[in-house]
Ligand binder design. Structure first.
Ligand SMILES: [Fe+2]
Ligand SMILES: [Fe+2]
Length: 231
């Protein structure tokens, strides 16, 4: 199975933010990535979050997301978008997926493999991120019991997708508050082959406890930051 992956497009009308995020250029890059994935005959496209960035008005944020949705609709490959902290601080989940016209992550079993999509846009209090929030360093995955059950019932090799980081070598402020607990569950299963993440813009690649942790470099900070993983 061929999976096209990109992350951290941070698309907005700003030319540059934080010194090295070229926000407005990302729409063109998303189109380029989608065309590449279609040409390479990918079976699935996954955006690992932070698709959008903040504007002065929510109307403009929604307009930006509609522009992205148009590109994704034109791509003849099933596409899944995880929400990143930037998306969840601008959109309610319902609005985000309704504008995208689908793309909601649902766990998949394909080719004898299981793909699990985790939402770590939660504060450690257990409350989900909501529009107006800003504290991206408070990130947590509260559904550990459900994850245990999913792992127990999963078929074949398992691949995990999430926005924030489980990679134990990535800066602590980017990692889930309960990363150690989640990694313990994933490593104990013995069938988790890889964890795919965004959020940490420079990217990273680590093997720990028999699992490959791959953090993809941010699209807004790089040229040609789109990748194919074969599983
Ligand atoms: Fe980001
Ligand atoms: Fe992020």
């Amino acid at each position: 199975m061929k999976i096209g992956i990109f992350t951290d497009a941070h698309y907005s009308s700003q030319k540059v933010t934080c010194g090295n995020r070229y926000n407005s250029r990302s729409l063109k890059k998303i189109g380029e990535a989608c065309r590449f994935f279609a040409q390479e005959k990918c079976d699935l496209v996954v955006c690992l979050g932070d698709l959008t960035d903040t504007e002065d008005s929510h109307e403009k944020e929604a307009e930006n997301l509609r522009e992205i949705a148009k590109l994704l609709r034109e791509t003849p490959v099933k596409t899944v978008c995880l929400m990143g902290n930037h998306d969840a601080f601008a959109f309610e989940e319902e609005e985000f997926y309704s504008i995208l016209g689908g793309c909601r992550p649902e766990d998949l079993t394909e080719n004898g493999c299981t793909l699990l999509f985790l939402d770590a846009c939660y504060y450690k209090s257990g409350q989900h991120y909501a529009p107006g929030g800003t504290d991206w360093t408070d990130t947590f995955y509260p559904h550990t019991q459900a994850l245990k059950e999913k792992l127990a019932g999963a078929a074949g090799d398992i691949y995990i997708f999430l926005h924030q980081n489980l990679d134990p070598t990535v800066r602590e402020d980017h990692r889930l508050y309960n990363a150690q607990e989640i990694n313990g569950l994933l490593q104990a299963d013995g069938r988790v082959r890889a964890v795919y993440q965004g959020h940490f813009h420079p990217g990273s690649s680590t093997v720990s406890g028999g699992i490959r942790y791959r953090t993809f470099p941010a699209m807004c900070e790089n040229e040609s930051a789109y990748f194919i993983e074969e599983i």
